[in-house]
Design a protein around this ligand. Structure first.
Ligand code: 3PG
Length: 307
């Protein structure tokens, strides 16, 4: 019998697991569940007889693939797939897919939850500022960036975006000004929200030069990946600019140090929260299950991300 394993260190909401179960068992497959695992060995054991796995930010490297002798598809229920060794998957003839857009609204809503928290000085009782009329820079205009723009409109923000792959007309159609570089976005906008994936090109790309060029009262909010931030540059900016705040949903390596030194200008969620809503879990989880069934039954590879 075809076996689908959900392997999630950070579990989906129970309602989403039920939905996945319905799709998987409805197709006549078996569903196995490995949640909150603490050792890699648990994952290696669980994948041994799986034909398909549904993961979130769980690391799937060559060792995991080699332990999964029957594995045909790795399904990332979410957008970013930097946690999967896609080359190793290609070499082993394993398909890797994601579910783009399915958790985008959840992440975009969190951006504003965290932004309000940030501009109101982390609710410490002192006088903060409002988002209305402020220049918001959206770095990368994909599914999340577009949702951020949709919500920012309600706050009456002045929106800018840069995306190396999205035509300016598409951005401007949403009432967002398209700028021509990341540097222009940072030097123009008081608030910049990061929505770039972690790739060889973007890793450590948010550096001191960019952040230091931002207007007074600058805020960078990161709900993307910790790897895109140059942490030395971040520390340098916090040091050089007493008006600069960093708000993130992905703890940097230097979290403890920043917390100690810049408690009034630095905030990180204890665990990545962006996609942690019942709706996002249902959307991404059930879509993942459907894509697996469609792949196994019909060979549909529409959302394949590896070669
Ligand atoms: C994504 O890439 O989809 C988001 O970062 C959410 O990741 P998560 O599923 O680990 O919460």
């Amino acid at each position: 019998m075809t076996k689908v394993l959900i392997a999630t260190d950070k579990p989906f909401a129970a309602v989403a697991v039920n939905g996945i179960r319905e799709v998987v068992e409805g197709a006549g497959y078996e569903l196995a569940l490995l949640e909150k695992y603490t050792e890699k060995q648990q994952l290696l054991d669980a994948v041994a007889d799986a034909d398909a796995i549904i993961i979130r930010s769980d690391l799937v490297d060559a060792q995991v693939m080699d332990a999964a002798k029957q594995l045909k598809i790795i399904m990332r229920a979410g957008a970013g797939y930097d946690n999967v060794d896609t080359e190793a998957a290609t070499q082993r003839n394993i398909c890797v897919m994601n579910t783009p857009g399915q958790n985008a609204n959840a992440v975009a809503e969190l951006v504003f939850g965290m932004l309000v928290y940030g501009v109101r000085n982390f609710f410490n009782g002192t006088s903060g500022i409002e988002l209305k009329g402020k220049k918001l820079g959206i770095l990368a205009y994909g599914n999340i960036g577009r949702n951020v723009a949709r919500i920012a409109k309600g706050f009456d923000m002045d929106m800018y975006a840069y995306d190396a792959f999205c035509p300016a007309e598409v951005i401007e159609k949403d009432g967002v000004k398209a700028v021509s570089s990341t540097a222009e976005l940072f030097s123009t906008c008081q608030i910049v929200s990061l929505h770039i994936p972690a790739t060889a090109e973007t890793k450590n790309s948010i550096n001191f030069e960019l952040m230091n060029s931002m207007p007074k009262g600058a805020i960078v909010i990161n709900t993307a990946r910790k790897e895109v931030m140059d942490e030395d540059g971040l520390q340098q900016t916090l040091e050089a600019r007493p008006d600069f705040k960093y708000i993130t949903d992905i703890k940097p390596v230097i979290d403890a140090e920043l917390k100690e030194k810049y408690a009034d200008r630095y905030f990180a969620t204890p665990k990545k929260m962006g996609a942690q809503t019942a709706e996002a879990n249902i959307n991404a989880g059930i879509t993942a299950a459907r894509q697996i069934v469609d792949f196994i039954q019909n060979g549909n590879q529409q959302f394949r991300v590896n070669k």
